[in-house]
Structures are given as structure tokens and as C-alpha cells.
Design a protein around this ligand. Structure first.
Ligand code: NAD
Length: 368
């Protein structure tokens, strides 16, 4: 892998390799872009097949965070970190403390958070060495706990904005919504949908979760393989990535796709097909940003859920902006989302440049 070529081609700022013999720490921190603010992104612990896979994962994910934070209107940049190892057998507190010391040396340029393979307790160990971590336990002074309720609310808000565009009303009463996956995010989403009077068709591989949705939300349950083809207005993926693919698209009856799962499109081509078929896709990172809005609240000192939910409400407007750009530029919504994120970063970069120019001019005594 030609690492500098790759960093240059996607305009990365910094890559940090962290290694500590005593604890066995082997980690990589990738900072993609800090134009809008410090790079916030989770710390993933995973047994990668090789170092190159770990490197590609952290690079790809950190860039994704830049887009997510920018499109959400947050003053945050994009970063991510990975710890190489088995999260069930290789962890020890000293590993996370050593990692915390590495993060601390970056002076706030990178902020860690919980991710696949790491827990709130791991974040507490990092917190012993640095302030630049979020997602610590609720019992600690400013911990925010599980962000899924905020993510679920954001998906609901984004879905309403998409419904307004496709059905001419954002009222979901009477609409039929097929919900794939009934985990943390989808449970909270389904609560809002049921309260508003939507009919739910649900599926999960976990039978207990299906039963809970049937009992609490009067949902109709179907087999996981049948969820794509049910007759519905909205399909909501909340389980796995890459579910919008060559196999699922021909089965879909929905006119809107809006869910919380990450990386729903198997490839960009599938976003193009949806666009051509008149199915409105609410881009995943636009409408599942509620979790990110939740964890950054911790950085403001005292955690306040009402203030988080006020912010998460604006996902409705973000989805509307995506639709506007899609219509303005005649492009699919997944590209419109990227454009929205890039436009914001570019405008901040330009105003920073103009400020720098003015400062230099003032220094040289030529400013009026
Ligand atoms: P979760 O693990 O609580 O829920 C996922 C659910 O999907 C589980 O109940 C699981 O049994 C079910 N599932 C797995 N395979 C399935 C299949 N083939 N068919 C049907 N159901 C299946 O996870 P979560 O926290 O609710 O997250 C859901 C998605 O949202 C993930 O893609 C996650 O990356 C994304 N996301 C979550 C958050 C958050 O705040 N939790 C934030 C942003 C994005």
C-alpha cells in the first residue's frame, strides 16, 4: 500500500501509530479533516487479518466521520482509531491507559469514543489519562450513556422529512413501515412510529425482540428474508450494512428508504438505481447522526438530554437540504449528502483563508 499516495488522494491530515510493549497496545489513529473542529470518532477493537486491513478500516471510517459531522452541522472534524486485537481476550486496563496517553499528546485534535469492540468502561480508562474522550459511563460526572435513543429519534425525524418529499405530508399516521432489525435504534424508532399511528411490519433474527415489538407496537412480524418484499410505504433498515443491493432492490415496494443502519448501499451504483426508480433514499449518515449529537453533548460539560434532542430534531432540516441539493444538481441523494458536507467544509476553509490573509495584511500594516 502506498500510504502517502492514499493520504494525498483523500486529503488526510495525520496518521498516528501507537505501540506499547508493556500492555500490548497496537493502535492507529487517523485524523482526516479538522477544518470544522476536533476530529471525533470511535475507537474500534478488532482482530484484523493483517495490518493493511486495519489501516484501510481506520482511514475509511475517519473520512466517513468528516462527512457525517459536517452534514449534521456540527463543529467537529473526522477521525477514528483502531486497536488491533481480540476484544474478548486481549484487553487490559493498561492498554487503554497507554492509548489515552497517545490521545493526550494530540492535544485535543482527536477525541475518542466507544465503538465496535470497546465499552464505556474502556473509555473510563482512557479518561484517566486524557480529557479528550467521550462516551464514558453515566455514573461518572458527565457521562452520557447509550446514544441509541437519540439515534432512533433522529431516524424518525429524517424519515418524516423524506415522507414529506415523497408523499406530500410528513404525517406517518396510517403509513405502513417495514422495519428490519429491532435492536437499540429500531426499538426507539418504532416507539415514535407507533405513537404517531403508523402500521409496523417488523423482523429480527432475535425472536424475543420480535415478540416485544408485536406486543408493544401491535406490529406484524415476518421472516427476515421476507422483509424486502412486503407491501409498505417506507422500508427502514436498522440491522446490517449493504442491504440495498442487486437482490433486494427488485423486491422493494417502498417509495422511501429511511433507516439507522450504517452503509446501507452495497455500492454507489445501488444509490443510482434507487434514484432512477423514484425511490427516495434518506442517506444513512444524514439521518443516523443523532448518536454523534448525543456523545458530543458530553464535551460541553454537563450532559443534558433535552438539549441533545433539540439538536437531533434538526435532522429533519438536514434531510430537506439533501433533497434540495439532489433536485438542484439532478443527482441521487447519497451524492447530494456528500456535496452538502463538502460545501460546508469548503466554505469554512475559504473564510479561514480570508481571515488569515487579513491577519497577515494587518501584521504588515497594509490593512485599512
Ligand atoms: P443492535 O445490535 O442493538 O441491533 C441490531 C439488530 O439487528 C439486532 O436486534 C439483531 O438481532 C438484528 N439483526 C441482525 N441480523 C439481522 C437480519 N439478518 N435480519 C433482521 N435482523 C437482524 O444495533 P443498534 O445499536 O440498534 O444499531 C443498528 C444499526 O444502526 C447498526 O448498523 C449501527 O451501526 C447503526 N447505528 C447505530 C447507532 C447507535 O446509536 N446505536 C448510531 C449510528 C448508527
Amino acid at each position: 500500500m502506498k500510504i502517502f499516495d492514499y493520504l494525498e488522494s483523500h486529503d488526510y491530515e495525520q496518521l498516528v501509530l501507537c505501540q506499547d510493549n508493556e500492555s500490548g497496545l497496537k493502535a492507529i489513529i487517523a485524523i482526516h479533516d479538522t477544518t470544522l473542529g476536533p476530529a471525533l470518532g470511535g475507537t474500534r477493537m478488532w482482530t484484523y487479518a493483517n495490518e493493511e486491513d486495519a489501516m484501510m478500516d481506520v482511514l475509511r471510517l475517519s473520512r466517513g466521520m468528516t462527512y457525517k459531522a459536517s452534514a449534521a452541522g456540527l463543529d467537529l472534524g473526522g477521525g477514528k482509531s483502531v486497536i488491533i486485537g481480540n476484544y474478548k481476550t486481549d484487553k487490559n486496563p493498561e492498554m487503554f491507559r497507554a492509548f489515552g496517553r497517545y490521545i493526550d499528546r494530540l492535544n485535543g485534535k482527536y477525541i475518542a469514543a466507544e465503538d465496535v469492540g470497546t465499552t464505556e468502561t474502556d473509555m473510563d480508562y482512557i479518561r484517566e489519562e486524557t480529557e479528550h474522550v467521550t462516551g464514558i459511563t453515566v455514573s461518572s460526572s458527565r457521562g452520557s450513556g447509550n446514544p441509541s435513543p437519540s439515534t432512533g429519534y433522529g431516524v424518525y425525524r429524517g424519515m418524516k422529512a423524506a415522507a414529506l418529499e415523497r408523499f406530500g405530508t410528513d404525517d406517518l399516521a396510517g403509513k405502513t413501515i417495514a422495519v428490519q432489525g429491532l435492536g437499540n435504534v429500531a426499538y426507539h424508532l418504532s416507539k415514535y412510529l407507533h405513537k404517531e399511528g403508523a402500521h409496523l411490519i417488523v423482523t429480527d433474527i432475535d425472536k424475543e425482540r420480535v415478540k416485544r415489538a408485536v406486543d408493544e407496537f401491535n406490529a406484524k412480524a415476518v421472516d427476515p428474508k421476507d422483509i424486502y418484499s412486503v407491501s409498505c410505504d417506507i422500508f427502514s433498515p436498522n440491522a446490517l450494512g449493504a442491504v440495498i443491493n442487486d437482490e433486494s432492490i427488485p423486491q422493494l415496494k417502498a417509495k422511501v428508504i429511511a433507516g439507522g443502519a450504517n452503509n446501507q448501499l452495497q455500492t454507489e451504483k445501488h444509490g443510482d438505481i434507487l434514484h432512477e426508480s423514484g425511490i427516495l433514499y434518506a442517506p444513512d449518515y444524514i439521518i443516523n447522526a443523532g448518536g454523534l449529537m448525543h456523545v458530543i453533548e458530553e464535551l460541553h460539560g454537563k450532559f443534558d438530554l433535552n438539549s441533545v434532542l433539540d439538536n437531533v430534531k434538526t435532522i429533519y432540516n438536514n434531510m430537506q437540504k439533501v433533497v434540495e441539493i439532489s433536485k438542484r444538481d439532478h443527482i441521487p441523494t447519497y451524492l447530494a449528502a456528500d456535496r452538502m458536507a463538502e460545501e460546508r467544509i469548503l466554505s469554512v476553509k475559504e473564510s479561514k483563508k480570508a481571515e488569515d490573509k487579513l491577519l497577515i495584511a494587518q501584521k504588515n500594516g497594509i490593512a485599512k
